[in-house]
Design a protein around this ligand. Structure first.
Ligand SMILES: Nc1ncnc2c1ncn2[C@@H]1O[C@H](COP(=O)(O)OP(=O)(O)O)[C@@H](O)[C@H]1O
Ligand SMILES: [Mg+2]
Length: 341
């Protein structure tokens, strides 16, 4: 592999490959191996340093190691594609372009734009009433009768869903776009068992037998630490954390490409909150799902986000990678927010 005779060039390839994999958060589909950005930084640093040393000593000892990693990355891509993965890991799943949203004619959100790529996590941060939920509802097509998108466009992949007819909305909901509510337990019917309700929502989209449903549900449940017995319970029998996980299961069961999660952990105690956040990361690694998450918790945002959008009074204050926002905030409002936490 890569017998380019040039360590520097080879290392560039390695860095690009690792970055490519890390950004896509591909866990090598079903192999259960994840690569994160820290790992990439470690490798690139190591190989850059090795490169300098090799150049200085005129030795080529590190070349073999570099080639091995490059080969490994290429192999991983091949496995991923072979298993039905997406070649274009940078593919845009969601594009929100200059949207303005109003309730009863009153503008709540003004000219907000952002994009979410395959496997990417975007976190929307903003004070209460800034329009975070409104943006998620607009994407999910659940603004309600007095809400409307007044301007701009929303695309799911290459399908414009800004004012898509109900039939398209219904097809996309669940199958391609999953929605997790702040209080997921309350989103279930209180007098029917969790499993029964989720299976019923599945039947609107798929012709799965109960066995197939259970098989698929179990895989997701393992990833989110939800016991199988939860399917046989009524919503009131679940703790806050388990109710939230049941909501995640309901949103993930059809393996959507994007999850919209509205403050999914804010009602949970700190320990359960951090467990559930880790479970989101596991789902992303396992399924390559993209996530748009709303939170007012900057610690959560820092931990989970690839990109962050800071919202204030319905307007975008700042939008960038998590590293940019946390390390080099440009706007006073962002700096204030960061200082408060
Ligand atoms: N269904 C609705 N009808 C009228 N106004 C609404 C409705 N939902 C939200 N709003 C208003 O829109 C603004 C933004 O709300 P929301 O998006 O829920 O904020 P956030 O999620 O950031 O706390 C608030 O002023 C709220 O009162
Ligand atoms: Mg809200």
């Amino acid at each position: 592999m890569c017998n380019c005779g040039n360590n520097f060039l080879c290392n560039i390839f390695i860095a690009v490959e690792l970055y490519f994999i890390s950004r896509s958060r591909m866990d090598f589909r079903n192999l259960g191996i994840g690569v994160n950005l820290a790992c990439v930084e470690f490798f690139t640093d190591t190989f850059c340093n090795a490169d300098i040393l090799a150049a200085k000593s005129q030795k080529n000892n590190f070349h073999t190691g570099g080639n091995f990693i490059l080969f490994f990355c290429v192999l991983v891509h091949a496995v991923n594609i072979g298993r039905g993965g997406n070649f274009l890991m940078f593919e845009k799943i969601l594009a929100v372009d200059e949207i303005s949203i109003a309730y009863g004619g009153r503008e709540i959100v003004s000219g907000v734009s952002f994009g979410v790529k395959h496997g990417e996590i975007l976190v929307i941060v903003g004070e209460s009433g800034s329009g975070k939920s409104t943006i998620l509802k607009a994407i999910g097509g659940i603004l309600g009768s007095n809400g409307a998108i007044m301007d701009g466009q929303i695309f799911f992949r290459d399908i414009e869903i800004t004012n898509a007819p109900e039939s398209i909305r219904r097809k996309l909901a669940g199958e391609s776009i999953g929605y997790i509510f702040q209080n997921a337990t309350a989103s279930f019917c209180p007098i029917r068992k969790i499993g029964e309700q989720i299976f019923e929502s599945v039947k609107a989209h798929k012709n799965w037998s109960r066995e197939e449903f259970l098989q698929r549900a179990k895989i997701i449940m393992q990833n989110i630490n939800l016991e199988e017995t939860a399917l046989e319970k009524y919503p009131f029998q679940l703790s806050g954390g388990m109710g939230q996980r049941a909501g995640i299961l309901a949103a993930m069961i059809l393996e959507p490409q994007i999850l919209l999660a509205d403050e999914p952990t804010s009602a949970l105690d700190p320990e359960t909150q951090s467990n559930v956040i880790d479970e989101f990361l596991k789902l992303r690694a396992r399924y390559g799902v993209s996530i748009v998450m709303v939170t007012h918790n900057l610690e959560v945002a820092k931990y989970i986000a690839d990109k962050i959008l800071i919202l204030k009074s319905g307007k975008m204050i700042e939008y960038g990678t998590a590293a940019e926002i946390f390390n080099f905030p440009q706007e006073e409002y962002t700096k204030e927010l960061l200082n408060v936490c």
